[in-house]
Write a protein that binds this ligand. Structure first.
Ligand code: SF4
Length: 280
């Protein structure tokens, strides 16, 4: 009996211990997670001297996707004059770790020359106008001035040392111009045997009749996959073919009574994706 009680007590203590351990691990992992994503601002040396503010910002952009595009430097100086200065400027936005050297104007010079600056508080805010998100960093005036005085890094040297962002997959899209530039405005200058306009010339060369080909109706015309958007078909028969950004469409009200012209477009298509069926 006693042995059973002892075993149950040990099991209960072990279970409580397990629960407490899990709680502590969970809390600690939460803290580490918080630390991992905590944004970091580094003060750099501005090439604009007292009129500029150079800095870098790093944060976990995959967990917090945001495009920062504005910086504000604010002085709270209750023991000196001026008692408050605020300067802010927009810059070209960035959506992952970045460094910028921003021209802040005379306001920044006033801020840096304030009396009793070392006892003041300086707040730097980096914000996103689009995502309504702001990161704030507070410094004692003395520390801010020490960091400004100590830094030797400019945005250029800092950016050089930054790890290159992970490359994004590159997708190549069809460039319409590689062939469109060489195409004439109208395909009428291309002498195709199916074009009644040039039928005589081809008939002579082939030794056949000098009569133009008889036109015909079609029942259906369509585009198979593989169009390279070269515009040739639309140049020949714009009432039937409409070339878009990435393909070619048949217009809903396309006339189907000029089979020769559709055949001409099909023969002019460099990748032979225009298909049609002849009526009768
Ligand atoms: S269907 Fe043929 S001719 Fe028309 S745009 Fe596409 S590739 Fe060029």
């Amino acid at each position: 009996m006693n042995t059973t009680l002892i075993a149950m007590s040990i099991a209960a203590i072990a279970a409580i211990g397990l629960v407490v351990t899990l709680g502590i691990v969970s809390l600690l992992s939460g803290s580490f997670h918080f630390l991992a994503i905590k944004p970091k601002l580094e003060i750099l040396k501005s090439e604009f001297g007292d009129h500029g503010f150079a800095f870098s910002l790093s944060w976990n952009s995959s967990m917090e996707p945001v495009k920062f595009d504005k910086v504000k430097v604010r002085l709270f100086n209750p023991f000196g004059t001026p008692t408050m200065v605020e300067v802010s400027k927009a810059f070209d936005g960035a959506n992952s770790d970045f460094a910028r050297d921003v021209y802040m104007g005379n306001g920044m010079k006033r801020l840096l020359e304030a009396q009793n600056l070392e006892r003041a508080t300086i707040e730097v805010e980096v914000s996103s106008s689009k995502d309504s998100l702001t990161q704030s960093f507070q410094y004692k005036g003395a520390k801010f001035m020490r960091l400004l005085g100590e830094t030797r890094e400019t945005v250029k040297t800092f950016t050089k040392a930054m790890p290159a962002p992970a490359g994004k997959p590159l997708y190549q899209s069809v460039q319409r111009t590689f062939i469109a530039e060489t195409l004439p405005e109208s395909m009428k200058t291309i002498k195709l045997a199916t074009n009644p306009e040039f039928a005589g010339e081809f008939a002579g060369a082939g030794g056949g009749s000098t009569e133009a080909q008889v036109n015909f109706d079609i029942t259906k015309v369509w585009i198979e996959p593989g169009c390279i958007v070269c515009n040739a078909c639309e140049a020949i028969y714009p009432e039937v073919f409409e070339v878009t950004e990435d393909s070619c469409l048949i217009r809903p009200e396309a006339p189907l009574n000029d089979g020769l012209k559709i055949q001409e477009a099909a023969e002019a298509c460099p990748v032979e994706v225009i298909k049609f069926t002849q009526a009768g």
